[in-house]
Design a protein around this ligand. Structure first.
Ligand SMILES: Cc1ncc(COP(=O)(O)O)c(C=O)c1O
Length: 498
């Protein structure tokens, strides 16, 4: 497919505004461009066709089944979009004074109350813009808490699981802590013996997601909490997997002291593989003074932003956070009402249904009931036919299905991490199961078919490392080729053009 710049022809325009002889605004000389921008010159019909063709090549949750484990790609109810676009929300300026923004502040305050109830912890900040930023905020709170107690210098280590999402160790390092990894035992729980050996007076916190990235609820969680609290350390809950437990179990009741939410996963919000979205953080009462500033508070019947927070870690994002996400999440939660737990129940049921129908064809490393997702291994296909998890994932695309997450968590070789979500009907789940079972048959009958997949997508196999590391996001005009880095020139000429 040609790029929009390659479709450009001098003088073509999408529209022309007649010359009404209006005065030309005076732009100061130092702000004026020396040369006009080199925009593509294309007729409107061609612009529409170009972007429609691109949209046709894009796969999303609105196109088909998207069981991307850990990312919770669920359907976003359209009514939430309508609500977020109401002029009173959409046109509100973030610097509007509190008196003119009572409705918006009330939504934020009410959302804080709801999230506090779901977490089982009393205080919430809405500021962080993604789960990963919630993690960093949480660890900054850990540091502020121990600094305040005079233990900041001593406690320099944060413990994570060997199944942890990549953002966990990244956040630990960014927050200036040393990282200690704990192993997973044969049932898929944290290995308590390994854990005991690694927790001591230097430990600041545990960072854990429960259910884990294996989709398993940690059966030893109470003992885990005891070990950390006995050592004077805190427990941080990575709430990215909260879709499994809302209304059933609360991180605060499990013993966690700080929790982040991924509103864009659990409470519906269009998002990519991970964020962007919102990553509010809930904390126990004695950590509340350190929460970011400002906080949304209620004084009688009035709501306001509280900036008087002397112990606060400060601001972690502009204004009070990503407001549109709050409106969507609030609308989503109210639409379920007291039945919110049915969301998690259906997510867990769907995952277990798919698991039960696949575990005789793919290896199941931990043979237990799963939560909202599960991890299979294509190790048997690799051993018997030389077919990898990547081959299975690529072949699924030929069946019109987005591949699951692969090669994560790292403790499972040839991992296929599958999260169907609660918004999929049984027919979609069955179609996925049928495709996965058929692919296992194809691995035995015609492995080349899998190795060369996908066959029916506009782009075949890519050098994925190069595609991720050497992005070319700028058009290279003929006269700029000499100035471009070697890698960009090579990529530009090798562009897939089916
Ligand atoms: C288990 C887990 N933790 C943390 C994150 C990070 O969240 P975000 O993508 O919103 O930064 C993710 C994202 O996919 C996740 O799956």
């Amino acid at each position: 497919m040609d790029l929009i710049f390659e479709k450009s022809r001098p003088g073509r325009r999408a529209g022309r505004v007649p010359d009404y002889g209006l005065p030309v605004p005076e732009v100061p000389a130092e702000l004026r461009r020396a040369t006009p921008p080199r925009l593509p010159e294309v007729a409107e019909s061609e612009i529409v066709r170009h972007f429609t063709a691109l949209a046709d090549r894009t796969f999303g949750i609105d196109t088909g089944f998207y069981p991307l484990g850990s990312c919770t790609m669920k359907h976003n109810p359209r009514v939430d979009e309508r609500v977020a676009r109401l002029p009173g929300f959409r046109d509100l300026h973030p610097l509007q004074e509190d008196d003119g923004a009572q409705g918006a502040l009330e939504i934020e305050w009410r959302l804080q109350q709801i999230l506090a109830e779901i977490a089982g912890l009393p205080a919430v900040t809405l500021q962080p813009a993604a789960g990963s930023q919630g993690e960093l905020t949480g660890l900054m709170l850990v540091r502020a808490y121990f600094d305040d107690r005079g233990e900041g210098d001593r406690r320099d280590t944060v413990v994570t699981a060997d199944t942890a999402h990549g953002t966990n160790p990244a956040s630990v390092t960014m927050a200036g802590y040393k990282l200690e990894k704990v192993e997973t035992d044969a049932r898929g729980n944290l290995d308590l013996a390994d854990l005991r050996a690694k927790v001591d007076g230097r430990t600041a916190a545990l960072m854990l997601t429960n259910p884990s990235t294996l989709g398993l609820f940690d059966e030893g969680i109470e003992e885990v909490a005891r070990i950390f609290h006995d050592a004077g350390a805190l427990l941080y809950y990575d709430g990215a997997n909260l879709n499994a437990v809302v209304g059933r179990s609360r991180p605060g009741d499990m013993g966690f002291d700080i929790v982040h939410f991924n509103l864009h996963k659990t409470f519906s919000q269009p998002h990519g593989g991970g964020g962007p979205g919102a990553g509010p953080v809930a904390v126990r009462a004695d950590i509340e003074p350190f929460l970011p500033s400002p906080q949304v508070v209620r004084d009688g019947g009035r709501f306001r932003l509280d900036h008087e927070r002397p112990k606060s870690i400060g601001r972690v994002r502009g204004y009070s956070g990503p407001f549109g996400v709050f409106v969507r999440s609030y609308a989503f939660i109210l639409a379920y009402g007291p039945a919110l737990r049915e969301m998690s129940d259906a997510a867990v049921l769907n995952a277990n249904y798919v698991l039960a129908r696949l575990k005789d064809v793919y290896e199941l490393p931990y043979d237990r009931l799963c939560m909202h997702e599960f991890v299979l291994s294509a190790r048997n296909l690799k051993r018997d036919y030389g077919i990898t998890a990547l081959d299975v994932a690529k072949r699924l695309m030929d069946y019109g299905i987005h591949p699951p997450t692969i090669y994560f968590p790292l403790v499972v070789p040839e991992a296929l991490m599958i999260e169907p979500t609660e918004t999929e009907p049984k027919e979609r789940l069955d179609a996925f199961v049928d495709a996965m079972r058929r692919i296992a048959e194809e691995a035995a009958e015609s492995p080349e078919l899998l190795r060369e997949a996908p066959h029916r997508r506009p782009v075949r196999r890519l050098d994925e490392v190069r595609a991720a590391k050497q992005l070319v996001v700028r058009y290279l005009f003929d006269d700029s080729v000499g100035a471009a880095p070697e890698s960009a020139r090579a990529d530009s000429s090798a562009r897939a053009n089916p």
